[in-house]
Design a protein around this ligand. Structure first.
Ligand code: XIL
Length: 344
């Protein structure tokens, strides 16, 4: 009897070891940024773009290190409605399908923006009534297409100037400032569950531009307009200094009952990079991550791609680059270790 029981215990122990062994092995690998962020109830994501998806080592890291992705271009107006009323979701779908395969969530980017618009839209004059119809149809067709597949939308992107006045876009000039509330309402009709954001750059610190968002958000909330979050792009640059009021800024939006997210993080520098600049960059990545973790409603962080190999910076800012936590050979930089540190 006792012998049998002992044997049973032995067998059970062996089974236990067999079952837990892979988990123990997995623990030897460092946890991913996504796993670390999840412990705080946050996501850690990266943008990506269709041409890069043929790069197998790149795709592998994209699939393992992150739990959220944003299509860098594939959901923009020029890509999704290249001719009026003719929709093409193939680029965005490719990213969504990849995300699904890797159990990642997707931020939709972006419905209403003055940049990367199709020629048929920018190449003529519109009567307000016509443009309203075009805008509504674009928003609702795209939001409906991605219903249940994206958890958030950047509904309006970059609506304000640096001084906090409205940017004079085709939408503002033709429809007036009310186009923002309309866009939010139309998106909400098309998918009542998806989180709706306004998104912009240079709104990390408290200042005229982020004040404009604060005032607008407060007004929209008071009017019952469906707005759920503010996206801070966080395209930072070493030469402009660190936005020290970031955490306070995130907190004031939380107090309005809004989520916040760091949606397009990169930290550029003048090239060539050197050890000192990369160390400062790492500190900034650490501080940005900590700021988000410190504010309960900051829901997650997205890098604007994760490797210098595919960063948009060199093509848009002459002489600048090295903005991301992985270098051009997909090797982690000091910034990567600093983010991990902040997430621990
Ligand atoms: C950038 C893309 O990364 C580039 O590939 C493209 O050529 C231009 O747009 N703010 C945004 C993003 O909201 O959509 C921009 O993405 C970067 C700045």
């Amino acid at each position: 009897m006792r012998k049998n029981r002992l044997r049973l215990v032995g067998v059970l122990a062996a089974v236990l070891v067999a079952v837990t062994a892979p988990a123990v092995q997995a623990k030897d690998e460092p946890p991913t940024l996504a796993e670390l962020a999840q412990r705080h109830g946050r996501y850690f994501g990266s943008a990506t773009d269709n041409p890069e998806l043929t790069d197998a080592p790149y795709v592998s890291l994209l699939g393992s290190e992150f739990d959220q992705i944003t299509p860098g271009n594939g959901m923009k107006w020029y890509a999704t409605e290249p001719q009026q009323g003719v929709f093409d979701f193939s680029a965005g779908d490719e990213v969504v399908n990849l995300a699904r395969a890797n159990h990642q969530k997707v931020r939709g980017h972006t419905l209403v923006w003055h940049s990367q618009l199709p020629d048929w839209l920018t190449g003529r004059e519109w009567k307000p009534r016509e443009l309203r119809a075009v805008l509504k149809k674009h928003i609702q067709t795209e939001v409906r297409h991605y219903r249940g597949k994206v958890f958030a939308w950047d509904v309006v992107n970059e609506a304000f100037n640096e001084d906090g006045t409205y940017r004079e876009t085709i939408f503002y000039k033709t429809l007036g400032p009310g186009y923002i509330a309309d866009a939010l309402r139309w998106a909400h009709q098309a998918d009542p569950r998806v989180k709706l954001y306004l998104n912009d750059y240079n709104i990390e610190a408290i200042g005229p531009k982020s004040d404009a968002y604060y005032k607008l958000a407060k007004k929209l909330k008071a009017q019952g307009v469906p707005l759920h979050g503010i996206g801070l792009q966080a395209h930072l640059a070493l030469q402009y200094g660190y936005p020290t009021t970031l955490e306070d800024n995130l907190r004031r939006f939380s107090r309005l009952g809004l989520d916040t997210a760091l949606t397009e993080v990169d930290i550029r520098m003048y090239l060539p990079a050197d050890e000192e600049k990369l160390a400062t960059q790492a500190e900034w990545y650490r501080d940005v991550t900590k700021a988000c973790l410190a504010v309960r409603r900051c829901v997650g962080i997205t890098l604007w791609d994760y490797t210098d190999k595919y960063s948009w910076i060199p093509a848009f800012f002459e002489g600048e680059g090295a903005a991301l936590p992985w270098d051009e050979e997909l090797r982690p930089k000091p910034a990567y270790y600093a983010i991990r540190d902040a997430l621990k």
